[in-house]
Every structure is written in structure tokens, then in C-alpha cells.
Design a binder for this molecule. Structure first.
Ligand code: NAP
Length: 253
């Protein structure tokens, strides 16, 4: 891997949500331009090696710093080192962003109803998209659906409310819908494909999936992405290709 492809940035803050979930911010070089929903490639020196992983950007393209949301993968070469991150540490940032999970990819159907379906750290790109006034002005309905195993893993809940107030001021069509899969007492506790098949997700959102009006984005656990895609296709929705279609996806690892 050529080191010239990277700039060296500094960690500005670290926030720990649980023992295995944390967020961090770092300096953003002027050359690093991205669209909400894209990911960055971040490098960490482990001994003499540069270990690189992809991370969706949490912050908005208008922010002066970059924020990321990470899980500690047991025995993972990258995150087991990254979890010890502290303010002032150096990280490598590849100079260009990647990825096509952006709202700009949708041409038809025209924007009306937006469903953002995330598991775990797959929430990141959606937080970025919601910090853009254009998202709120384009869509009449926005449902942010966030599936985690336990309530303690529900990161960013307060931020989501703040973002909805700040960016969606006056918008009446936003719903935040948490799913807690290992808490049988949670209002929604089945996995996403089941909630789509049995109609519970649409009931919670008070909105139906509709081939003429739905844009639906999936990000997170690769198996969730596959299974949820299948459940949505069974409802008549189509993959977005060359601008047309309902479903856009990103595997988070
Ligand atoms: P996770 O297992 O992805 O679970 C998060 C949520 O997704 C839970 O609500 C879970 O439901 C649900 N889910 C899992 N499989 C699903 C499926 N097929 N369909 C629908 N929903 C599904 O948990 P996590 O804590 O985010 O990640 C777990 C492990 O994934 C980590 O320990 C790590 O090894 C790996 N991971 C790696 C990276 C990476 O960058 N390398 C990033 C994230 C995660 P259930 O409770 O029913 O399982």
C-alpha cells in the first residue's frame, strides 16, 4: 500500500458508548471532500505495517472535522488497536472517499419517502445524510430504523433527536424507529426481514413500502443486508441501478 495515498491526521476526541462501541473525531484535511453516505479508508500503524479499514463518515460534508463510529472486533488487527485511541494520536486517512450509498444516486422514483435501515455501526452514513438540509427538504417522510442487540448499544439516540430538531425544523414526517432484538419487551424486537414480512415495520412507521415512492437504504451486517433486500424485493421493490429503482445497499464489513 502506497503511503503517499494517505495524509496524517490527529485524533481530536474519543467517545465510548459501551465496552465495544466508540466514536472518534479527527482533523479533516482541506483536500478530503466527500458526499454524505460515503466511506473513508483509515490506516493505523501496527508495528511497521499500515493496517487499513473502511469507515463510513458520521459527520456531515459541511463539518470541519471527521467523525467515525466503530465496534471493537475481538482479535481484529485493526479495531483491537484502534480501541486504545486517545486524543492527539495520529491516524492515516486515504485522500479520496469511496462508496455509492448516497442520495444523489436516486433519479427515479422521485424523492418522497426515505427509509434508512441500519444495524449496529451501519448507522454512520445515515447520521451524515440527516445533517444536510437538502435531505429534509427533498423527502416528505423519513424513517430512520436502527437495529441493535441490546438497549445499551443504541448509540447516537440523543444526537438523532438534536439533528432532527436542528436540520428538520418544521418537518413533520420524521420517525426514529429503534429495534432491540434481544429484548422481548422492546416495542420492536424481531429482525428487520421479519418485521417487513409481517407488516410490523410499516405499522410502526405508519407508512407502506411503495414502488412508486420509496427510497430504501440498507447498511450494516452483510447477512441483514442480503435478507432484508430479499424481503423488500418480495414486496415488489427493485434494486437501484443506473439511478432507477428503490433499494441501495452497503455492507459494513
Ligand atoms: P450484529 O450481529 O450485526 O447485530 C446488530 C443488529 O443486527 C442486531 O439487532 C442483530 O439481531 C441484527 N442482525 C444480525 N443479523 C441479522 C440478519 N441476518 N437480519 C436482520 N438483522 C440481523 O452486531 P454488531 O454488534 O453490530 O456486530 C457483531 C459482530 O460483527 C462484531 O462483533 C464484529 O465481529 C462484526 N463487525 C465487524 C465490523 C468490521 O468493521 N469488521 C463492523 C461491525 C461488526 P440479532 O440480535 O437477532 O442477532
Amino acid at each position: 500500500m502506497s503511503i503517499e495515498k494517505f495524509s496524517i491526521e490527529k485524533v481530536l476526541s474519543v467517545h465510548r458508548w459501551t465496552n465495544t462501541l466508540f466514536s472518534f473525531t479527527m482533523t479533516r484535511p482541506a483536500h478530503f471532500k466527500f458526499t454524505a453516505g460515503q466511506f473513508a479508508r483509515i490506516g493505523l500503524k501496527v508495528g511497521d505495517d499500515l493496517v487499513v479499514r473502511a469507515y463510513s463518515v458520521v459527520s456531515s460534508p459541511f463539518d470541519e472535522t471527521l467523525e467515525f463510529f466503530s465496534i471493537v472486533v475481538p482479535d481484529g488487527a485493526f479495531t483491537s488497536n484502534l480501541q486504545h485511541l486517545k486524543v492527539g494520536d495520529e491516524l492515516y486517512l486515504e485522500k479520496i472517499p469511496y462508496g455509492f450509498l448516497t442520495l444523489a444516486r436516486y433519479q427515479l422514483p422521485l424523492p418522497q419517502d426515505l427509509w434508512l435501515l441500519a444495524t449496529g455501526t451501519g448507522l454512520a452514513p445515515f447520521i451524515s445524510m440527516l445533517q444536510d438540509f437538502e435531505t429534509w427538504s427533498k423527502y416528505k417522510k423519513i424513517n430512520l430504523v436502527y437495529s441493535v442487540r441490546t438497549a445499551s448499544e443504541l448509540a447516537y439516540v440523543d444526537r438523532i433527536q438534536e439533528i432532527a430538531e436542528q436540520f428538520g425544523e418544521g418537518h413533520t414526517g420524521f420517525k426514529f424507529i429503534p429495534i432491540i432484538t434481544r429484548d422481548p419487551h422492546a416495542a420492536l424486537h424481531d429482525r428487520l426481514p421479519i418485521l417487513i414480512e409481517n407488516g410490523e415495520l410499516e405499522k410502526a412507521a405508519d407508512l407502506h413500502f411503495n414502488v412508486e415512492t420509496t427510497h430504501v437504504m440498507l447498511c450494516g451486517n452483510p447477512q441483514m443486508v442480503d435478507d432484508t433486500k430479499a424481503a423488500l424485493k418480495a414486496r415488489g421493490l427493485t434494486m437501484n441501478r443506473r439511478g432507477e429503482g428503490n433499494i441501495a445497499v452497503e455492507n459494513y464489513w
